[in-house]
Design a protein around this ligand. Structure first.
Ligand code: ADP
Ligand code: ADP
Length: 224
């Protein structure tokens, strides 16, 4: 279970502090998916920085199965809008890269890698380089990498916002398909209501800055 409890984040500057997140509470049951939506500036990126370990100075707590979140203990998968791939490495290498670095050695489950690559239609491209592929295909590599990591928490940061509409819908379907087969605990940040309603089992709605959870909505349309 992922528990974000009374999380507040202040950005400190010389003259005055800026409150970016104000006592956020969100719980994600194991194997569930929560969409987070809110206007620009409400603190979505700030929340992501806390969960991915970039921001360490915060109030409140973030627990994974009861333990404080710690990027060197917990595997955190991250899929961002701009993919974050290594352009000079093959698709295959990119897909396994996160797992390699995390363990220091290669004890990667090759069967699982093959299953994920196949599921995402990347098996044919395993030896190509990201630069030879389309935006949608590159985002599939980032998704493959995140699942191959077998993370305790998967963070999706507006992953499909830069894609055009048809590819975006394709990617949403593909993501849900692979997600339903693997049920990784996921926080999915988006600024699209449609996407939140399609992807989120729960939807947390943040208020304008400073971000507060206005409402948590259990989505009756989820999985339908
Ligand atoms: P979102 O991702 O929802 O657009 P952010 O998390 O990027 O929101 O930002 C939340 C608020 O914190 C915004 O009002 C932003 O201007 C402010 N902010 C972000 N980063 C900093 C920073 N390094 N210093 C001061 N204020 C910041
Ligand atoms: P590099 O860029 O360091 O030359 P690659 O990106 O080609 O390496 O591959 C990285 C690792 O993945 C290597 O250990 C390689 O053996 C393995 N690998 C690459 N492609 C495949 C594949 N299609 N099937 C199985 N293993 C692969």
């Amino acid at each position: 279970m992922i528990e974000i409890k009374n999380l507040s984040v202040k950005y400190k500057s010389n003259d005055k502090d800026f409150l970016a997140l104000d006592r956020i509470n969100i719980t994600i049951e194991n194997g569930d998916i929560c969409a987070v939506i809110g206007p620009s500036g409400c603190g979505k990126s700030t929340l992501l920085y806390v969960l991915s370990g970039v921001i360490k100075d915060y109030e409140g707590s973030v627990l994974i199965d009861g333990n404080p979140i710690n990027p060197s203990l917990h595997r955190i998968g991250l899929v961002m809008q701009n993919y974050g791939l290594l352009p000079w490495k093959s698709v295959y290498y990119n897909a396994i890269a996160g797992s390699k670095i995390k363990d220091g050695k290669d004890n990667i489950d090759r069967m699982y890698v093959d299953y994920i690559l196949k599921k995402l239609g990347l098996n044919k491209f395993a030896h190509r380089h990201p630069g030879e592929l389309s935006g949608g295909q590159r985002q599939r590599i980032a998704i493959a990498r995140a699942f191959i990591l077998k993370p305790s928490l998967l963070l999706m940061d507006e992953p499909f916002s830069a894609l055009d509409e048809i590819i975006r819908e394709e990617m949403q379907d593909l993501f849900l398909k692979i997600w339903f087969e693997n049920r990784v605990s996921t926080l999915f940040i988006t600024h699209s209501i449609d996407e939140a309603l399609y992807i989120g089992k729960k939807i947390a709605i943040l208020s304008p800055s400073p971000g507060r959870v206005k409402e948590i909505y259990v989505n009756p349309l989820f999985g339908k």
